[in-house]
Design a protein around this ligand. Structure first.
Ligand SMILES: Nc1ncnc2c1ncn2[C@@H]1O[C@H](COP(=O)(O)OP(=O)(O)O)[C@@H](O)[C@H]1O
Ligand SMILES: [Mg+2]
Length: 245
């Protein structure tokens, strides 16, 4: 039975989509069957982060409505184990038929080991849909005070929803900046009151990879790509220590 992992944050622009793509690719690289679903209806960009901007992928709505079988989801040309469904453009999150979406995920659980839901920013319908269905949540923040506060609030909301497997990823860490801000990853963890799944450094390759329509992990082995690979191994339950210095 596959596991459903929602990638969430209260605040926009923290790196949900980039990390969803990087971690999913890392798991596929390790031989796992992975499905990535862009749930950011109207603003989809997971295709870009996966290096699939020209793939003309089906949307999850195409599957939910029964127009295509799940097996028609786009297969990544560079990761045969990685399938992808984009978000529909002309749709609002509140109009998604939750029963049909859940049915599609039930089928997906039988075919994939990990199913990633790349959620929209905010706490509205798209967030609720992804969070309510998830087995595990990856909550992405960066060191900005606003993002950390939003992560703390989001963590409380998730707790209220009965979500117990919620782990934090601190994205875009920068030693120099953290020093100037007198900030540590410990502080971020304390404020969000969540266990840490990983730390991802600020790395211009995340943006550059999308410019060249390459998946991050094919573009570089270092920095954020290496961090995504470590996170993937932790998701598989392997003991990979997190260094917070
Ligand atoms: N670790 C990182 N280092 C540098 N830039 C990053 C990193 N993570 C994300 N970004 C950049 O930040 C911006 C927002 O990232 P994105 O993944 O779209 O966030 P979200 O999905 O949370 O809105 C993008 O331009 C992306 O390239
Ligand atoms: Mg996004």
């Amino acid at each position: 039975m596959g596991e459903l992992i929602a990638v969430l944050s209260g605040k926009g622009g923290t790196g949900k989509t980039s990390l969803c793509a990087g971690i999913a690719a890392a798991l596929a690289e390790r031989g796992e069957q992975v499905l990535c679903i862009d749930c950011d209806v109207g603003l989809q960009n997971l295709d870009l982060a996966l290096g699939l901007s020209n793939a003309g992928a089906l949307s999850f709505l195409d599957i939910c409505r029964g127009a295509y079988p799940l097996s028609a989801a786009t297969r990544h040309p560079k990761y045969p184990n990685l399938a992808f469904l984009t978000a529909p453009v002309n749709c609002r999150a509140e109009d998604i038929d939750k029963a049909a979406f859940s049915d599609m995920l039930r089928t997906a659980r039988a075919q994939f080991r990990y199913i990633f839901l790349d959620a929209p920013a905010g706490l509205d319908a798209g967030f609720q849909l992804c969070a309510s269905l998830a087995d595990r949540v990856i909550l992405v923040t960066n060191g900005d005070a606003a993002a950390v506060r939003d992560a703390a609030r989001t963590a409380q909301i998730l707790e209220g929803m009965g979500k117990h497997d919620v782990r934090l990823v601190v994205n875009r860490t920068n030693k120099k900046l953290y020093k100037t801000m007198c900030l540590t990853v410990d502080d971020v963890m304390d404020e969000a009151a969540l266990p840490l799944l990983g730390i991802v450094p600020n790395d211009p390759n995340v943006t550059l990879a999308t410019v060249f329509d390459e998946p991050l992990l094919k573009y570089t082995k270092k920095g954020a790509a290496a961090a995504c690979r470590r996170i993937a191994r932790r998701i598989q339950g392997l003991p990979v220590p997190v260094s917070i210095r």
